[in-house]
Design a binder for this molecule. Structure first.
Ligand code: CA
Length: 226
């Protein structure tokens, strides 16, 4: 093994121990001690594999995984507490490759890492593409939106909302689905927050450039038609 591995684990003792073992096997290792820092590192750097604890301060492991999967398919092994069956199921549903229950034997972890890396094959390609509809282009790598080549400034949530709609063009998405994707599953609030962001997007794109991009489907949600 000689891979770049990111450990996202708030229990520093565990993180250090695993780091030493992985380095001993010839890997490069980075650590993050909370969810936000971990997500930031996972998104901004290249890693062959991520070890992700579920119970983390800041953002929990499942939320980190959910957000990571919008961008990258880096193999992820979740570290879960004993008997936390829900965490395992949710983790696998959210796109984890495997999980290991704490406390674990280091040999078992190393074996699972080898399996996860082999399954993915050599260097998993990053998601690198931009979406384009009706003169609107959205670059998922640079977080840039342009209309007829002219940059449009969007907030993060406006960007995520537009990306969801463009990725699912011609499919009507309801407010709840959009809210989960844009605000996160742990967001507690009214789904009409989506109507507010849609209004901002229309002001910045539809109205400003005189195009009919976002359509309302009454009683359901929104759709971008090609
Ligand atoms: Ca923890």
């Amino acid at each position: 093994m000689a891979n770049r591995i990111l450990i996202i684990e708030d229990e520093e003792k565990i993180a250090r121990f695993v780091e030493l073992e992985l380095k001993h096997e010839g890997n490069e290792v980075e650590k993050a001690f909370d969810g936000r820092e971990g997500l930031e590192k996972a998104l901004s750097g290249y890693f062959d594999l991520i070890l992700l604890d579920v119970m983390l301060p800041g953002l929990n492991g499942l939320e980190v995984l959910r957000r990571l999967r919008l961008e990258k398919d880096t193999p992820v092994i979740m570290l879960t507490a004993r008997d936390a069956v829900m965490d395992k199921v949710s983790g696998l549903d959210a796109g984890a490759d495997d999980y290991i229950t704490k406390p674990f034997a280091i040999e078992e972890l190393l074996a699972r890492i080898r399996v996860a890396l082999k399954k993915r094959g050599p260097v998993a390609p990053l998601v690198t593409h931009s979406l384009a509809i009706k003169g609107v282009t959205l670059d998922q790598d640079r977080y840039e939106v342009k209309v007829n080549g002219e940059p449009v400034e969007l907030t993060n949530r406006e960007f995520e909302l537009l990306r969801m709609l463009m990725k699912n063009k011609n499919i009507v998405l309801d407010r709840e689905k959009l809210m989960n994707e844009v605000c996160g599953y742990d967001y507690i609030g009214e789904t009409n927050i989506i109507d507010v962001y849609i209004r901002y997007l229309r002001t910045k794109i539809d109205d400003r450039y005189g195009i009919k991009l976002i359509h309302t489907v009454r009683g359901v949600g929104y759709v971008i038609k090609e």
